[in-house]
Design a protein around this ligand. Structure first.
Ligand code: PMP
Length: 401
């Protein structure tokens, strides 16, 4: 007979940090997980159309870099980013109306990293951050993880209301305002020039950092470009502009950039060093080469995406219940719809997904009181034919015709 020793006492491990416990994943993630099934027409994701990736062009850029400068391409690099990429990006930003030198830019691992770096560099736990309502979901996560108090700024179909913004700034003393002024995620809306000027002037008068996140601006299908808030002289010392190659080249490369005044940029570089030392060298060098042909590629993408937007707009009236409204974005990837008041798009998603089609309910995008009758549709990932079929399924899922 063997004598069993009593198990040694075990204490539980210490708990997760409070910030990790309070910021959860997305509540609709489980339902949307089924959208990975190939038969599902997925209007929920924010995915660029994979068949438009310039596989040949990008492969050629990687090949050249690895053949011509392998020792550099495979080596550690500087935290600020490869000089060739910073120079190429600075030239593009300058061409779009905002004079920029390579030194003004920090290359980031996607613009998502730029948001985290800014949170590290600017936010103490308890600091107030102002956001649009609704707001890009993963920005809400970044600010939540930083322990910030996130407050929505009232607005309308043109974005935040400058008068309401000024009142909130004076009352709540926020550190920063986060905006996606062009083809916003999730709504697709664009803030007109006059309102941008008004936001810049509130930031100047009241003392506020403005983070202008612009991953979609180059995807314009009609209408005229609107100048960046960062280009307003009033606010030049307090607007941080973020850009990304995800939507115009390929998100898998994880390449973005941040343009900020020197002191803040240096603080972000220190935060980046702690986060990942630098963005992958080979990706940066390949992208720097690819910038030579990027405009030609973006032109092709724009033509296709514009047709897809039009196809979705053409089919919505038959897919959504009578009394629904939606906008007509001039670019980007998303449009925003509002069903009649009695509809709750979070509740409805389950039965819609049974029809093998998906959207994202609007509620999680709100920092304030959610409008539960809203939803986001991505119109770029599917072909025109698939969009038509997806909208027929959506109509059935919503219990309509
Ligand atoms: N900002 C906004 C508004 C976005 O929609 C996204 C991607 N969905 C990002 C930032 C992050 O993009 P990335 O990190 O791929 O550059």
């Amino acid at each position: 007979m063997t004598v069993t020793e009593p198990a040694p006492p075990r204490a539980p491990v210490p708990p997760l940090a409070a910030r990790a416990r309070t910021v959860g994943g997305s509540p609709v993630r489980d339902i949307l997980a089924v959208t990975a099934r190939p038969e599902v027409i997925n209007f929920a994701g924010g995915l660029p159309a994979p068949e438009l990736f310039d596989r040949e062009g990008i492969a050629a850029a990687f090949r050249e870099v690895l053949e011509e400068t392998p020792h550099r391409a495979l080596q550690y690099s500087t935290t600020e980013g490869e000089p060739a990429l910073r120079a190429g990006l600075a030239a593009r930003v300058t061409d779009r109306g905002l004079p920029t030198t390579p030194d003004d830019l920090l290359v980031t691992t996607g613009s998502q990293q730029a948001l985290s770096l800014l949170a590290t560099a600017l936010l103490e736990p308890g600091d107030t951050v102002l956001v649009e309502d609704p707001c890009y979901l993963a920005a809400l996560q970044v600010f939540g993880l930083a322990g910030a108090r996130v407050l929505p700024v009232p607005g309308d179909e043109d974005g935040v209301d400058p008068a309401a913004l000024e009142e909130l700034v004076l009352r709540e003393r926020p550190k920063l305002l986060y905006l996606v002024p062009t083809f916003q995620n999730p709504t697709g809306r664009t803030m007109p020039a006059a309102r941008r000027a008004a936001v810049a002037s509130v930031a100047a008068r009241a003392g506020l950092w403005v983070v202008e996140d612009d991953p979609y601006g180059e995807l314009r299908y009609d209408g005229a470009p609107v100048p960046w808030i960062a280009a307003h002289p009033d606010a030049a010392d307090r607007v941080v502009l973020l850009g990304s190659l995800s939507k115009v080249m390929a998100p898998g490369l994880r390449l973005g950039w941040l343009r900020a005044p020197a002191e803040l940029r240096r603080a972000c570089a220190v935060a980046k060093q702690a986060a990942d030392l630098h963005t992958p060298t080979v990706n940066q060098l390949a992208a720097a080469r690819y910038l030579d042909v990027l405009d030609t590629h973006v032109e092709k993408v724009r033509a296709v995406y514009g047709e897809r937007r039009d196809a979705m707009l053409a089919g919505l009236a038959d897919a959504l219940p009578p009394g629904s409204t939606w906008n007509r974005p001039e670019g980007g990837m998303f449009l925003w719809a509002r069903l009649p008041g009695a509809y709750d798009t979070t509740v409805l998603l389950r039965q819609v997904v049974e029809q093998d089609v998906a959207y994202v309910p609007g509620a999680p995008f709100y920092a304030g009181e959610p409008d539960r009758s809203t939803l986001r549709l991505c119109f770029v990932t599917q072909t025109v034919e698939e969009i038509g079929e997806g909208l027929r399924r959506l109509g059935r899922g919503l219990g309509g015709r």
